[in-house]
Design a protein around this ligand. Structure first.
Ligand SMILES: Cc1cc2nc3c(=O)[nH]c(=O)nc-3n(C[C@H](O)[C@H](O)[C@H](O)COP(=O)(O)O)c2cc1C
Length: 311
């Protein structure tokens, strides 16, 4: 028997396939395309305390082997999420990982986590401290603020403050827009994070040369898709060598082959993001593909593949 089950903190996943926050809505949107119950876990779109309309349009555009997005964390807010989105998710029975973020005040993470901690159907909380698309509108000008995940001390303090108030599995999602990703991962681990999720999008831009305007209303956006895969893989590999906690790898995974690269680099689980927009059932195909690869290579347990890179 081929064993695809893996552990992330207290979570036991029957297989290592999950979805990347923000590319899968709240799962119900994908119910006609796949048997959702087959997913190892489901990660929600990031929620904030209050509802958010998100950024002005255009907020997505296609780029070579990828896309730029600047959605700006559009979401219905905590109350509506619990009332209208969570019941469908919990009914499915897969572990539900709720992604949370703040609109500026990091105390919002603690407030959100306290509320979610009381809901036993929620398996884990993912701290999105790496969203590149929140604009500060107070001064009318678009200011680029520093992300929590761009500072090891801020990452440590934030994770620590959430760790204090919940025993649920905590996953910290990191930004690739840093000099040394391992430093930030170590800070999250030291503060008590049970796992690291990486990578969020890479900041980029695209220009319409006829209008001489940016293709994204907020000028810059987050690059995702196969274009970022080599960067994501490199970061998974660098972090794997430094931390002991599991890594959920993502960034440009579109098929079994690309998913396998991440396990070999050191990921314990993988998440499918942009590829959901091209082939909504791709995650399920990848689960089958991984199983076939393991059988073909006489590997009984997926855990034996994790971090097996020969250098
Ligand atoms: C349209 C879109 C929306 C996203 N929204 C979120 C989000 O709400 N929270 C988050 O943590 N990441 C968000 N991401 C980032 C993805 O979860 C993922 O980290 C990134 O896209 C890299 O994976 P991929 O190349 O497979 O898409 C979003 C990505 C896209 C393309």
């Amino acid at each position: 028997m081929t064993n695809l089950s893996i552990n992330i903190g207290k979570l036991k996943l029957k297989n290592p396939l999950t979805v990347a926050s923000g590319t899968f809505g709240y799962a119900e949107e994908f119910k006609d395309f796949m048997d959702l119950k087959k997913l190892g876990a489901i990660v929600t779109k990031t929620i904030t305390l209050k509802p958010r309309k998100g950024n002005p349009s255009p907020r997505t555009c296609e780029t070579p082997s990828g896309m730029l997005n600047s959605i700006g964390l559009e979401n219905p807010g905590l109350k509506i999420f619990i009332k209208e989105k969570l019941p469908y998710l919990t009914k499915l029975g897969n572990p539900v990982i709720v992604s949370i973020a703040s609109e500026g005040d990091s105390q919002e993470f603690v407030t959100l986590a306290k509320r979610l901690d009381k809901i036993k159907e929620i398996a884990a909380i993912e701290l999105n401290i790496s969203c590149p698309n929140i604009t500060v509108t107070k001064s009318q000008s678009r200011k680029v603020t520093r992300l929590i995940s761009q500072d090891a001390n801020a990452t440590y303090e934030l994770v620590k403050s959430v760790r204090k108030i919940t025993n649920k599995t905590l996953i910290t999602k990191l930004s690739p827009n840093v000099t040394d990703i391992a430093d930030i991962a170590l800070a999250a681990e030291a503060a008590g994070s049970d796992a690291i999720s990486l990578i969020n999008t890479i900041t980029g831009m695209s220009i319409d040369i006829n209008k001489r305007e940016p293709r994204i209303a907020c000028v810059t956006g987050g690059l995702s898709g196969p274009a970022i895969r080599p960067v994501a893989l490199r970061m998974v590999w660098q972090v794997y060598q430094k931390v002991k906690i599991p890594i959920i790898g993502m960034g440009g995974i579109i098929d079994t082959l690309s998913a396998l690269e991440f396990f070999i680099a050191g990921a314990t689980a993988v998440a499918i993001g942009t590829a959901n927009f091209i082939n909504p059932g791709v995650s399920i195909e990848i689960i089958e593909g991984i199983k076939k690869y393991l059988i073909k290579n006489k590997i009984n347990n997926l855990n034996d593949l994790i971090g097996s890179l020969n250098v």
